[in-house]
Design a protein around this ligand. Structure first.
Ligand code: PEP
Ligand code: MG
Length: 320
């Protein structure tokens, strides 16, 4: 079976009846690109840029960041979604002196920090834009919970673009800008957000946490952290629909994208891009290639009709 999966590397991620999706990888550093390519990733759906900022004593310079982003852009012949700094929550930076908080996951993190410390954000956006001259780079904002944040981030992005233009520095003028959907408020307003973005990527790790009010790090309540909760399936479905209504694409970069039991559901609701840790790419591709779109749609309809996470999980587990 391992051998059969390995042979899939060069095959497209398409259903028996020819419906194609994009199978891409999550990475943390440029060194991860080789492993992603080895498993057949067609691009990078989530480059967690925060690793550039961690385990050091000071902020990474624009040049350091540019070099890392450019390296990924040059190594990967496909789309590369670079997520802007997603620090806070469980990820600390010693040199930033972030406040101690009662509820770090509900606190000062990710885009909230970037919209406050705009110098840090601008430096990163400059580095990403410069790297966009070397490959299919896209920008993605984490933890957006309201359209005003999206507008504020885009306004800063426009300022940075205009600075670069004045300086005569090249970048991709048509670079796509998207956002993660990982907060229920964003999922519920996806129709509004879709009008001002090019794409969504659903961050289920946080979306499960915030939807079920279950700290993703707390072992005592791990049983309540339920990917198969009907609320999650419903939210995900409406997010994809909202994106499509505006002619946008929708992806997923949380762990749910790499769980092959969910592949028929995600295919069936029309997810366009599946981004996961490279190791799960072959088995998800295998699952996609063994279904027709119509079969996937039927499974998705049935799954979403159950009342409990257990029923949904049991039903979907029987389909693989
Ligand atoms: C997510 O929340 O699903 C996600 C992909 O982001 P992270 O796991 O880095 O928080
Ligand atoms: Mg997240």
């Amino acid at each position: 079976r391992r051998k059969r999966l390995a042979q899939l590397k060069e095959e497209p991620a398409e259903t028996k009846d020819g419906h194609q999706v994009e199978l891409v990888a999550n990475i943390g550093t440029p060194n991860d690109v080789a492993g992603a390519l080895d498993k057949g990733a067609e691009g990078i759906g989530l480059y967690r840029s925060e690793f550039l900022y961690m385990d050091r004593d000071s902020l990474p310079t624009e040049k350091e960041q540019f070099e890392a982003y450019k390296e990924v852009a040059e190594k990967m012949d496909g789309p590369i979604v670079i997520r802007t700094l997603d620090i806070g929550g469980d990820k600390e930076l010693s040199y930033l002196d972030l406040p101690e908080e009662m509820n770090p996951f509900l606190g000062y993190r990710a885009i909230r920090i970037c919209l406050d410390k705009t110098d840090i954000f601008k430096t990163q956006l400059r580095a990403i834009l410069k790297a966009s001259a070397y490959g299919q780079v896209k920008i993605m904002y984490p933890m957006i919970s309201a359209v005003e944040q999206l507008r504020a981030a885009n306004q800063i992005l426009e300022e940075v673009k205009s600075d670069l233009s004045k300086e005569g520095i090249e970048f991709d003028q048509d670079l796509e800008v998207g956002m993660m959907i990982e907060v229920p408020a964003a999922a519920m307003t996806a129709d509004i957000l879709a009008k001002e973005t090019d794409f969504f990527s659903i961050g289920t790790n946080d979306l499960i946490q915030y939807t079920t009010a279950t700290d993703r790090m707390n072992e005592n309540i791990a049983h309540l952290y339920q990917p198969f909760h009907p609320a999650l399936l419903r939210l995900i479905k409406r997010v994809v629909k909202a994106a499509h209504n505006e002619g946008n694409w929708a992806g997923m970069c949380g762990e749910m994208a790499g769980d092959k039991r969910l592949t028929p559901f995600l295919l069936g609701i029309g997810l366009d891009e599946f981004s996961m840790s490279a190791v799960t790419i072959p088995e998800v591709k295998d699952a996609i290639r063994n279904l027709t779109l119509e079969e996937a749609e039927k499974i998705a309809d049935e799954a979403i009709g159950y009342s409990t996470a257990e029923e949904i999980e049991n039903y979907l587990s029987q389909q693989v």
